[in-house]
Design a protein around this ligand. Sequence first.
Ligand code: UD1
Ligand code: MG
Length: 459
Amino acid sequence: MALNVVIMAAGKGTRMKSANPKVLHRLAGRSLLQHVLDAAAQLAQGDIANRTVVITGHGAEAVEAACAGSGAVFARQMPQLGTGHAVQQAVPQLDDAHNTTLILNGDVPLIRAATAQALVQACGGRQLALLTIELADATGYGRIVREGDGVRAIVEHKDASPAQRQIREVYTGIMAAPTALLKRWVMALKNDNAQKEFYLTDIVAMAVAEGVPVVTAPAATDTEVLGVNSPVQLADLERRFQRLQADAHLENGVRLADPARFDQRGTLVCGSDVEIDVNCIFEGRVQVDDGARIGANCIVRDAHIGAGAVIHPFTHIEGATVGAGSLVGPFARLRPGAELGTEVHIGNFVEVKNSTLAAGAKANHLAYLGDSTVGERVNFGAGSITANYDGANKHRTEIGNDVHVGSNCVLVAPVKLGDGATIGGGSTIAKDVPAGQLTVARARQVTLPGWTRPKKGPR
Ligand code: UD1
Ligand code: MG
């Protein structure tokens, strides 16, 4: 059964002290709103799409642009006169064929799909279902007012009596409601309250008055219902989320040196016996195969690290493949299109871009390989580079198998080095090199007889 999903994202977020709309601030590499959209997307069943309506207001253009491709539609709320007023804006967009409407908050990013699903089930298109939680300090929240076991109303903190303020059971801001009733109720809201706002929460008393059952479902943890209102809260949720991800990897057998010093901003898939030292950052989609080890302070984005590979500390890897058993770093940089075969060695201060290195190739010190094809067992000497750019275009360097390039060479592309060639140190190679021979391209060394050093003259 398809749903309507309303995501409230019109608020300003003054306490973020930022020019950017609050819901576009990032948590684990994705905007707060994207987390909510992703959770909502997981509620889709089969191929029937839910109708997702995002309420925008502050920074509406930017927020709507950020949702492009999500399939969501938008309802603008200008000015912002409260949560009930926000849902009023969505009313024309709610599909009557979907008899349940789920309301989520754009600034409550870690809501789990399973929790939202349970709420939708509890609603069943017939009952008003509220997601609640018990808090030690409920200041600022709407309180769940009960009579006996039954919910009577939600009273906002600012409108609550001293006795009601003692209630610790609060509304999380997330509910599921029968669509037709929700539409009617929100259009009938009044703003005669402490904040002169249209409170969505007033529909609870309306449901009770009409004899529509109001049920509650508890959130599993506070983390999934915590909102972001300030940088401090954002940083707190970031650490909570990272800890959850780290714990999931530990459960799967990944050896994280310290789960508190681990950051995953995307997807990380690890094989067995993977070891990750402290302060590594994983972004985009990263796969690490069995037995690979990643040293401290590495940044790895959109990459595949093969089985048994060792990435030494302070290495940057982006858009690259590292073959099984390869050794990379410390202080190495693999840029997009770097494809290392098996047992390739890339040492300190070596940069590789858009280049394929076949099995056993080595570039151990201070080198640059760009737009190149490097054969098996090649040894690329310290300080050598491919000059791949002529100021206008990029050109390829092709290095055959078993080539030995000495130190401090410049290979001026386009250029080809035949199998088994040896290049003398300090050579500038601008023409193709034959296989199996020594090629040297540098000035011959001379010693000048009778030369004397200049002496300092009088001042
Ligand atoms: C709301 C609930 C309160 C609940 C709390 C949980 C109401 C009246 N109160 O209070 O019971 O305990 O959330 O966090 O609903 N928004 C709009 N347009 C508006 C006002 C708000 O889009 O005109 C959006 C905000 O951007 C935010 C969400 O709605 O994402 C909640 O608004 P907020 O002002 O934070 O409501 P609270 O006062 O916290
Ligand atoms: Mg709030």
